[in-house]
Design a protein around this ligand. Structure first.
Ligand code: NAD
Ligand code: DAU
Length: 351
């Protein structure tokens, strides 16, 4: 196989850092160019263990800048793209949708345009990493398949759905070699503590209130981030061009049951009396337009590419909590400064 120059956008973020690490380690003959704007969610600390590898390069890049995107394609002769850069938090999208339009829609189109301009011959893949939220919200029954109609309901999911449509449009209109993956909720190490699981771990540790939106009966389908990275690898490497693949682990939890489970796990690990942390649970004002249930049918990915999650939720959550307990400096760094303002803005009026 010819040497590949793989551009990974958003590689300093939560999922991106796991994908970068996997590709740097598994494909030493390729070059991985991690291009990231280093927003509040991007952190080069996430990649300290690979930063001196000879096949790893970091470039600070804002994908909303089309000329800067072109320059990266030209400079590194980019042959492949795994596109993860995005504004990713639903609550922030409710406060301010425009940044989501810029990074998630305009940024994606800038990357597609650069690929279209520079990929005139040779073997290429543009893998767009997307979410199950594009399908909308499920009732009590059923699973999202690749044929489920798009029905995004938050500004975040509307921006991701739009980016998916543009990626498909470039396949049909210009023949750009694209693939799309739509994954359920991820959890694991290096997860910014604005999302449910890392926020709850942080608050349990600090004996702070555990804010449950609404009744806590919304359902999410949780997947260990390393299993998402392995699915991206499988699809990027062996998936069919022009196709979308759903990624998920058949692991549905109501938010309240998940948080109770986490409380018990952490009470045990911290040597607290069972039931201590559950007392911190506080029901707060619901998220606007809160999607009720997400659940993924990953049969296509399993049957075509032989992918399966590698660990159970119990194992993954235990490993995740252990990582947070052993990396308090990382947590202290990302929760200093603007995190405090964010927390007070989002949670002080919620009770
Ligand atoms: P994250 O917020 O942790 O990281 C996003 C990264 O993108 C950060 O490093 C940030 O600096 C970078 N970024 C943001 N805007 C940028 C811009 N304009 N230019 C360049 N870089 C920019 O997000 P995540 O949770 O790791 O999600 C990564 C991708 O996976 C996103 O596309 C998201 O929609 C998708 N996804 C996430 C989940 C999940 O559960 N977290 C599930 C399915 C799909
Ligand atoms: O489904 C995939 C999506 O999962 C990704 O595309 C998104 O990038 C990712 O952020 C995630 O979106 P969610 O909105 O599902 O994740 P979040 O962790 O923000 O919330 C999970 C559930 O927990 C949701 O029902 C809202 C609830 N919640 C969240 C927070 C932050 C609370 O009850 N309290 C909280 O403080």
């Amino acid at each position: 196989m010819e040497k590949r120059n793989i551009l990974i956008t958003g590689g300093a973020g939560f999922i991106g850092s796991h994908v970068v690490r996997r590709f740097v380690n598994n494909y030493p003959n390729d070059t991985v160019i991690n291009a990231d704007a280093l927003t509040y969610a991007g952190n080069l600390e996430n990649l300290r263990d690979v930063e001196s590898e000879p096949n790893y390069i970091f470039e600070k890049l804002n994908i909303t800048d089309s000329e800067a995107v072109r320059a990266i394609f030209k400079r590194y002769k980019i042959s492949h793209v795994i596109h993860l850069a995005a504004e990713s938090h639903v609550d922030r999208s409710i406060e301010g949708p425009m940044e989501f339009v810029m990074s998630n829609v305009v940024g994606t189109v800038n990357l597609l345009n650069a690929a279209k301009e520079f990929w005139t011959s040779g073997e290429h893949v543009f893998h767009h990493v997307s979410t199950d939220e594009v399908y909308g919200s499920l009732g009590d029954e059923g699973l999202f398949t690749e044929d489920t109609s798009y029905d995004p309901r938050s500004p975040y999911s509307a921006s991701k759905a739009s980016s998916d449509h543009f990626v498909r449009a470039y396949f049909h209109t210009y023949g750009l070699p694209i693939k799309i993956s739509n994954c359920s909720n991820n959890y694991g190490s290096h997860h910014f503590p604005e999302k449910l699981i890392p926020l709850m771990i942080h608050n349990i540790l600090n004996k702070k209130a555990l804010p449950i939106y609404g009744k806590g009966d919304n359902i999410r389908d949780w997947l260990w981030v390393e299993d998402h990275a392995s699915a991206i690898d499988a699809i990027f490497t062996n998936g069919r061009l022009g196709e979308a693949y759903n990624v998920g682990g058949l692991n549905e939890w109501t938010n309240i049951e998940l948080v109770r489970f986490l409380c018990r796990l952490m009470d045990e690990k911290l040597g607290r009396t069972e039931g201590d942390s559950e007392q911190l649970i506080t029901y707060v004002k619901d998220r606007a337009g809160h999607d009720k249930r997400y659940a993924i049918d990953a049969t296509k990915l399993e049957n075509e590419l032989g992918w399966k999650p590698s660990i159970t939720f119990e194992e993954g959550l235990s490993k995740t909590v252990d990582w947070y307990l052993s990396n308090k400096d990382w947590v202290a760094q990302v929760t200093s400064g603007s995190y405090k303002e964010y927390y007070s803005k989002m949670y002080s009026d919620r009770n």
